[in-house]
Design a protein around this ligand. Structure first.
Ligand code: BJW
Ligand code: ZN
Length: 253
């Protein structure tokens, strides 16, 4: 983790330069350098909590106040942080690749805040909530006092608009992400442990459809062996360098 990032090979840069459709598929690691904890690994949120104790409907039904407390805590963190150089580099890459899509598993809004325009959020967004009874959307729900749960005007319980284990992904975002992945010729998998499905099926879908798959992560993952390139290191260092190298070649062309 503390090794300096490797130099980006020229062969990889050339493949990036000739790409027309690009997908950046991101996970919690892309926001780690902003100060948002990842889920797994030594610093992960879930080293303290078991996932099924927090991110499932069962957990919410059993103890909604605890689950709300967790989301309130994370919303406080996310509200206080800023996009990091990895988010910014991806947003700037849209200038180079007009057909670029960000497909994110993150709920933290940092890609949009960095300026990315075409962002599909596979696991929802922490800023939104909705009533489980009548479906009313609460774009900016007042966070509950510790130990309580926000209620709708209909009396129903409000929940965060995120995707928990055992739940379907939002259909439109998923279909659009699959379409973008299928037609991509460059697929960047950044800061994800690549173990949560169906999102984790996107890199192999990209590869089957002819994309060059590049992984950016300080640690190897189940994807590493099948990726065409593995750039080992923090996204906040690697992505600005990748952007700089591609942009300088494109400018000369
Ligand atoms: C850096 C870095 C730096 C660090 N730079 N990198 C077997 C049993 C039970 C269930 C299943 C099963 N097989 C499949 C399933 C289904 C389940 C699943 O996949 N489980 C697996 C864990 C096995 N999937 C689902 O249930 C999904 N729905 C579904 O399948 O629907 C169909 C269905 C319907 C009905 C019944 C059954 C099926 C839904 C999955 C929803 C996941 N939701 C969460 C919470 C979202 C809301 C919230 O944020 O609170 O999504 S879980 C959590 O994991 C979150 C993340 O988006 C997701 C992925 O995590 P991510 O982003 O990869 O983070 P980490 O922490 O794992 O990794 C960070 C990485 O960054 C690491 O690799 C670091 O090295 C790296 N890193 N610093 C770059 N500076
Ligand atoms: Zn309601």
């Amino acid at each position: 983790m503390n090794q300096p990032p490797q130099e980006i090979p020229r062969g990889l840069i050339d493949q990036c330069v000739s790409a027309r459709e690009v997908v950046a598929f991101t996970g919690a690691g892309v926001s780690a350098e902003s100060g948002v904890p990842t889920f797994r690994g030594p610093e992960g949120i879930w080293t303290k909590f078991k996932p099924e104790e927090l991110a499932s409907m069962d957990a919410f039904m059993k103890n909604p106040a605890l689950v709300w407390e967790w989301y309130a805590h994370r919303r406080t963190i996310i509200g206080a942080v800023h996009p990091n150089p990895a988010h910014v580099a991806l947003a700037e890459m849209e200038q180079i690749f007009p057909r670029m899509t960000v497909v994110t598993q993150n709920i933290d809004n940092l890609h949009r805040r960095a300026g990315s325009k075409r962002v599909f959020e596979l696991h929802g967004n922490i800023e939104r909530s909705y009533c489980m009874q009548c479906g009313k959307a609460y774009p900016d729900v007042v966070l509950p006092e510790r130990g309580s749960v926000p209620k709708c005007t209909c009396g129903g319980t409000i929940r965060p608009d995120v995707v928990w284990f055992g739940e379907m992904l939002p259909e439109e975002e998923w279909e659009s992400s699959v379409a973008a992945t299928t037609s991509a010729d460059l697929f960047l998998s950044i800061g994800t442990s690549a173990i949560v499905y169906p999102a984790a099926s996107l890199p192999s879908l990209a590869r089957r459809n002819g994309a060059v798959v590049v992984e950016v992560n300080p640690e190897p993952t189940p994807l590493t062996e099948t990726a065409d390139w593995f750039l080992q290191g923090p996204a906040g260092e690697i992505l600005p360098e990748l952007h700089r190298r591609i942009a300088s070649i494109k400018k000369k062309a």
